[in-house]
Design a binder for this molecule. Structure first.
Ligand code: XMP
Length: 522
């Protein structure tokens, strides 16, 4: 079943049947950028479920399989009798071609990367677009013969059948990926499918989301009270502001200082949310407790487990002090709840742990959990924050992991190491902001390494700690590239950290991409 929640858009939506492509989420994002609501479902979704959703269009995504293999994902041909327009992309093209009696075979010429297609027959899919255009291909198979009812509308050198249409039934298939940035007119092709062929209206806007989310929250909560764990990060902060708008001071936020936050972070969070936003903010200073529990612990997984468990204990104890609550709110995002058939990276597993622990799952079943951002991608959450009037500084913050600096100190977490790391990290971020690089990076942070190395300061030999700098670019943290920072910026960061942070005499730069490395060191 599709996991619906608060703020669900109208039935003016696209359902994307996911066959496991790495680009499936991108399809949804591109469609939403065109102000149409799109939702991803596994290709195994029963037909009855599709009918209940009343989508105005279906998109069949790409996927890693070959259709003629025995175990390849298949759908019922009945999908094509529902009278709903369909766009098949890559593997999705094979699925629909196969359903209508076309033949799919391995291609002797595989195509990965850019290719040119030529429009060979007029079609609303390519309305207003040039006759030759660059597209992004990624396939080893091809449609060998076109089903009877279909017309070929575009060809490339290695794929004579690069796009087909069954105009009367509004069924379209493309061999290339319109959702990928490198497809020159990808956005226009999706636009044509949605607006020329399916007659969508652009109703999915952030303002319409805010209006319906506030309405839904009010309906669900009634006169009840809501409890939210606030970390100061983008997701929980936007959730807090949205909930406050809907139910005012019946929202209670608990902010736990686990002693693993960045320099001055807890004072900034208190200041911002209590003073400026006037939230009901309960501050729990649990620094000593966490450091006590982490004493002597060096294993990364054990650190995570301890921090996760203690957080829940402190959170519950603080909540109990205030009284009882009717609802628990969480800043869960769409990528965390999609039942995607694509392989998920470790970060997804980690996040789903946080928001989908057994106790929360139980509350979800009882209808006691409110997750207003559950349908949004990260960039949409940022836009929402902007429209709610939140400051850019808060909206553009880099992600910060729940276990905080504990997983950026390799080995045992001590007060002294925390102090060193905080100071180094603060200098790094300050310099990156000054150089106007902060928003260009997905994340930048310092890591404390438990090794000492020899140096010389003045005439004296030193034997001190090493700080590693990690700075990466990424779209969604599933993959990441180490960032090529300007030389003078690197120099300033290193000089300042070594000169200003007592206990550090060496700074190194991490040049590992994800995969095979992860963004965080632990
Ligand atoms: P990795 O290190 O897996 O990180 O490449 C991917 C993204 O997830 C963040 N991260 C976490 N976030 N709790 C969180 O809330 C965690 O335990 C956690 N571990 C990693 C990381 O900062 C990066 O943005």
């Amino acid at each position: 079943m599709i996991e619906h929640g608060i703020g669900v858009a109208s039935q003016n939506k696209v359902l994307i049947l996911d066959f496991g492509s790495q680009y499936t989420q991108l399809i949804a994002r591109k469609i939403r950028e065109l102000n149409v609501y799109a939702e991803i479902v596994p290709y195994t979704i029963p037909i009855d479920e599709i009918k209940k959703e009343h989508p105005k269009a279906l998109i069949l995504s790409g996927g890693p399989s070959s259709l003629y293999e025995e175990e390849s994902p298949k759908i019922s041909n009945d999908i094509f009798t529902l009278g709903i327009p369909v766009l098949g992309i890559c593997y999705g093209l094979y699925v629909l071609a196969d359903a209508f009696g076309g033949a799919i075979s391995p291609s002797p010429f595989k195509e990965y990367g850019r290719a040119d297609i030529t429009i060979v027959n007029d079609s609303p899919l390519f309305k207003g677009l040039p006759g030759i255009q660059t597209v992004w291909m990624s396939h080893g198979d091809k449609v060998e013969s076109v089903p009877q009812e279909f017309t070929v509308i575009a060809s490339s050198r290695n794929a004579k059948i690069a796009a087909i249409e069954y105009r009367e039934k509004k069924i379209y298939g493309v061999q290339f990926h319109p959702e990928v940035y490198h497809t020159q007119y990808g956005k226009e092709i999706l636009h044509n499918f949605l607006f020329e062929i399916c007659n969508f209206k652009s109703t999915w806007t952030m303002q319409s989301f805010i209006d319906s989310a506030i309405q839904d929250i009010r309906t669900v909560v009634g006169n009840g009270t809501v409890l939210l764990g606030l970390s100061g990060g983008v997701d929980s902060s936007v959730t807090a502001v949205l909930l406050q708008k809907a139910i005012g001071n019946r929202l209670y936020c608990v902010f736990v200082n686990n002693g693993l936050l960045r320099k001055d972070e807890h004072t900034k969070v208190i200041e911002r949310f209590k003073k400026h936003l006037n939230l009901n903010l309960i501050y729990a200073d649990a620094e000593e407790l966490f450091l006590q529990k982490l004493k002597g612990i060096t294993d990364p997984e054990q650190k995570r487990r301890i921090i996760g468990k203690e957080f829940i204990n402190v959170f519950k104890a603080e909540a109990a002090k205030i009284g009882t609550f009717d609802f628990l709110a969480q800043g869960t995002l769409y990528p965390d709840v999609i039942e995607s058939v694509s392989t998920k990276g470790p970060s997804d597993t980690i996040k789903s742990h946080h928001n989908r622990v057994p106790e929360v799952l139980e509350l979800i079943k009882e209808g006691k959990v409110i997750e207003p951002l559950k349908e949004l991608f990260k960039d949409e959450v940022r836009e929402l924050g902007r429209q709610l009037g939140m400051p850019e500084e808060l909206i553009n913050r880099h992600p910060f992991p729940g276990p905080g600096l504990a997983i950026r100190i390799i080995g045992e977490v001590t007060k002294e190491r925390l102090f060193i790391l905080r100071e180094a990290d603060d200098i790094l971020i300050e310099e990156i902001k000054k150089a106007d690089y902060y928003t260009k990076l997905w994340q930048a942070f310092a890591v404390f390494l438990p090794v000492k190395s020899v140096g010389v300061m003045g005439d004296k030999r030193t034997y001190e700690n090493v700080i590693a700098i990690r700075a990466v670019t990424s779209l969604d943290a599933m993959t990441a590239d180490w960032a090529y920072l300007p030389e003078d910026l690197m120099r300033r960061i290193s000089t300042r950290i070594i000169n200003e942070v007592k206990g550090v005499n060496r700074v190194v730069y991490d040049i590992s991409s994800k995969p095979p490395s992860t963004i965080e060191w632990e």
